[in-house]
Design a protein around this ligand. Structure first.
Ligand SMILES: [Zn+2]
Length: 183
């Protein structure tokens, strides 16, 4: 969808006050932060499958729901949701058939080259200490990956003791949830 089409749609949306039924504030009604994957199949399916509507949860996403660094932007967002926005529960939700499962570092590198990124640029990054293979690596088992993400949150020094952290996997076709670990 072209930007101009989106802007035209947006104008109608606002003019016709379609936002009225979505009005809420910034405190999550369900006192929950969900950290999940950016997969397009989950955009509408995940909230519907979990009975989530506007205002219910803080939603944080990245490619693969992968959290490994305790001070990256994902963990900071989760901490802000807890300390400033009253969240008391964290749900890490990976999904089956994720694009970050079984990633092929060689194919990823070839994709960069095919899109016009030069070999020289890649070499410069490598020499600057950036390990592209590691930076864009995914996972083999979504359950294990969810466990790892959950572990980073649970063991965080700034996590209050009253916060529960759960790990789950969702089916991107049916919305069925399987529990990996309960907090
Ligand atoms: Zn995914």
């Amino acid at each position: 969808m072209h930007l101009d089409n989106m802007l035209a749609f947006n104008k109608d949306f606002v003019n016709q006050e379609k936002y009225e039924s979505l009005r809420t504030d910034n405190i999550p009604n369900k006192r929950t932060v969900i950290f999940t994957c950016m997969d397009t199949r989950l955009t509408e399916l995940l909230p519907k499958a979990l009975d989530i509507t506007n205002g219910d949860v803080k939603m944080v996403k990245n490619a693969g729901a992968i959290l490994r660094d305790p001070f990256d932007s994902i963990m900071k967002s989760i901490l802000v949701a807890i300390h400033e926005l009253k969240a008391e529960q964290v749900m890490v939700i990976g999904h089956h058939d994720c694009g970050m499962s079984h990633t092929d570092p060689e194919a990823f590198k070839q994709g960069l080259l095919d899109k016009g990124i030069s070999e020289e640029t890649l070499n410069t990054l490598t020499h600057s200490g950036i390990d592209l293979e590691n930076e864009f690596s995914g996972f083999d088992s979504v359950e294990n990956s969810v466990e790892e993400s959950v572990s980073v949150v649970r063991n965080h020094p700034l996590l209050p003791s009253y916060v529960t952290v759960h790990g789950l996997v969702i089916d991107p076709a049916t919305g069925k949830l399987d529990l990996v670990t309960r907090g």
